[in-house]
Design a protein around this ligand. Structure first.
Ligand SMILES: Cc1ncc(COP(=O)(O)O)c(C=O)c1O
Length: 332
């Protein structure tokens, strides 16, 4: 666990003296829960940028702990406007922390982290970033972006097994949370950290097999190299986009807002089309597609996260072409 924690700090661009990694048994939501319940002082509050399902989840967790909350709402899939965020934050001096999702996996939007991080720094706010579906897939650096808490999980771009979440914390910020009320017994960040520092162990039973799997995934990450991993994901995504456009599909987001990790695709306007049927036939042939999460548009989602390469994407595209023909679905 010591090695895994050190590697994770390094992958996130942390400094081993200034940053630490607190591992938590649980899925990604455990990290969201732990940070929010552990670091917000009772007389201050958190602002959450909500432009998708995971921003909404951060806000829900804050409400669940009855934390003073300012929710800065955008439509799901809308680019978060800097001016509106700035105005809202300056009219709420009680806010001490700003939370946002880096890669909003419900839409595929890569939110403007650098811009929002600069804003948080100008306003003296502690920055919380959900990088659950971006760490390892796109460049990220806690020091450059001045991130106090970076939330991640084992089973997305680091290509491990699900069941482990963690928070890369700036030690000084985390130390300051020592005095705060303990709002959760199991998911308290400071207590878990203190235990790691004292014993090198989690407070409670660790998901040992998942940690071994992550240690192996991290060896594979090092062997591939971070830059090669980013390049592979980008190339896979580009191949996917080119193929989708050739088939006539339209995607939700303008390219500069789109991550190279997950794409929201507009559903064909054809009576022969049914998501469930398309899903089931593709699934039988070895591919899983995801339903859309938007309430406003009819969409489905395609992820290119994982140990897949260019040939897998090509094979998906040719299978999709075949299945569309078989089901007589006309794409706009
Ligand atoms: C950006 C983001 N945040 C949080 C979560 C929640 O993680 P989990 O479902 O592992 O609890 C996800 C899951 O996909 C995610 O993509």
């Amino acid at each position: 666990m010591r090695q895994v924690r050190q590697d994770l700090v390094q992958i996130a661009g942390g400094d081993p003296d200034l940053h630490t990694c607190v591992l938590l048994a649980g899925s990604g939501t455990a990290a969201m829960d732990a940070v929010l319940n552990s670091v917000i002082p009772p007389d201050r509050g958190v602002a959450v940028i909500n432009n998708g399902a995971y921003g909404a989840r951060l806000a829900d967790i804050a409400r669940c702990y009855q934390l003073p909350l300012v929710e800065i709402n955008f439509a799901w899939g809308e680019w978060p406007d800097r001016e509106r965020i700035h105005q809202t934050l300056t009219s709420h001096p009680e806010i001490s922390h700003l939370a946002l999702v880096h890669h909003e996996t419900s839409t595929g939007m890569l939110n403007p982290l650098a811009e929002i991080a600069a804003l948080a720094q100008d306003l003296g706010l502690s920055l919380i970033v959900d990088a659950i579906s971006s760490l390892g897939g796109v460049p990220l650096d806690v020091q450059q972006q001045n991130i106090d808490y970076l939330l991640c999980t084992s089973n997305k771009c680091l290509q491990g097994m699900p069941g482990l979440a963690w928070v890369i914390c700036r030690r000084e910020a985390l130390e300051q949370s020592r005095q705060l009320p303990r709002r959760s017994y199991y998911l308290n960040l400071y207590h878990q950290y203190r235990h790691f520092e004292a014993n090198g162990q989690m407070q409670f039973t660790p998901p040992v097999q998942v940690i071994y799997a992550l240690a192996q995934a991290l060896r594979e990450f090092r062997t591939e190299g971070a830059l090669n991993r980013f390049a592979r994901y980008r190339q896979n995504w580009q191949t996917l986009m080119d193929g989708l456009h050739q088939l006539g599909f339209k995607t939700l987001l303008p390219e500069p807002q789109q991550s190279p990790l997950l794409t929201t695709v507009l559903e064909p306007d054809d009576p022969h089309y049914s998501f469930n049927q398309l899903h089931d036939v593709l699934y039988q042939r070895g591919f899983t597609i995801y339903p859309g999460k938007l309430h406003t548009d009819r969409t489905f989602r395609l992820a290119n996260i994982g140990a897949i390469d260019h040939k897998d994407i090509k094979s998906f595209l040719s299978t999709l072409r075949e299945v569309l023909q078989e089901l007589q679905i006309r794409v706009n």
